[in-house]
Design a binder for this molecule. Structure first.
Ligand SMILES: [Zn+2]
Length: 251
């Protein structure tokens, strides 16, 4: 019998689809995914805690946070998230998956922002560190990482996430690299950073470049994200779907 089992449904909500500069008032990068096994975040930019609460998501219900790279608009929300997490009585154990060094960086931020307030070691938070081109498994997710081309010191990666029987791929921040072809392959949803319309900028894709390579990408669906002001001014010229804060999709 053909039945769409609600238990298998995966719901993705865009918490933040903006760039590092708050262009257009959009929040920093963060996607919330709910599936039968739990809830996870893809990136946790500086504004994520407020964004999650705007949509009624409970911090205690999130069990995995995946981080693509160490830029504030992608992981700067972790100190605020953990501070709030530490106040939740019913919080589930939390796993944070990232390039190496996340715990030290976030503890450093906590020490600067809220001195003396929180030691991550006292929380039930488990860190998993990945290398580029590695496969990481959490309890329910299988995550393949791909090295990307962005500020090298930020350890930029893309993530291809197997959740249930679906694939969500996210580029993180990058300029064009053939790794995007593998990343997007057969993905049920490929979220691709497209910072500029035609401006050339180091470490980011523009729309014209993406269009030129589009025939090589075999995702089932693509959403562009991470728009600067030039991209926002050209929204009527964009023929692909794109993320907007608060947008939801079931896959
Ligand atoms: Zn970014």
């Amino acid at each position: 019998m053909e039945m769409n089992n609600a238990d298998d449904q995966i719901n993705l909500t865009v918490i933040g689809s903006g760039d590092a500069f708050g262009s257009g008032g959009r929040l920093n990068t963060c996607f919330h995914v709910q599936y039968s096994g739990g809830q996870f975040l893809i990136d946790c930019g500086a504004t994520s805690l407020s964004g999650l609460k705007q949509h009624g998501f409970k911090i205690a219900g999130i069990d995995v946070i995946l981080i693509t790279h160490f830029h504030g608009d992608h992981y700067g929300g972790l100190p605020y998230f953990l501070l709030d997490y530490s106040r939740q009585k019913d919080a589930k154990p939390l796993t944070i998956v990232s390039p190496p060094g996340c715990k030290e960086r976030v503890q450093g931020m906590l020490d600067l922002l809220y001195p003396g307030s929180l030691q991550i070691d006292q929380l039930s938070v488990h860190f998993i560190e990945y290398q580029p081109s590695e496969v990481i498994t959490t309890k329910e997710l299988i995550v393949q990482t791909y090295p990307m081309i962005h500020v090298e010191a930020a350890l930029p990666n893309a993530l291809r996430i197997n959740v249930g029987n679906k694939i969500i791929s996210f580029s993180g921040d990058t300029e064009w690299t053939p790794n995007l072809i593998e990343l997007a392959k057969d993905a049920d949803l490929f979220i691709c950073q497209c910072n500029y319309y035609k401006k050339e900028g180091k470490g980011h894709l523009n729309y014209q470049t993406l269009l030129a390579y589009l025939p090589q990408l075999t995702h089932k669906r693509i959403w562009l994200t991470h728009f600067d002001t030039e991209m926002l001014e050209n929204l009527e010229n964009i023929d692909l779907e794109y993320a907007v804060d608060g947008k939801r999709i079931s896959i």
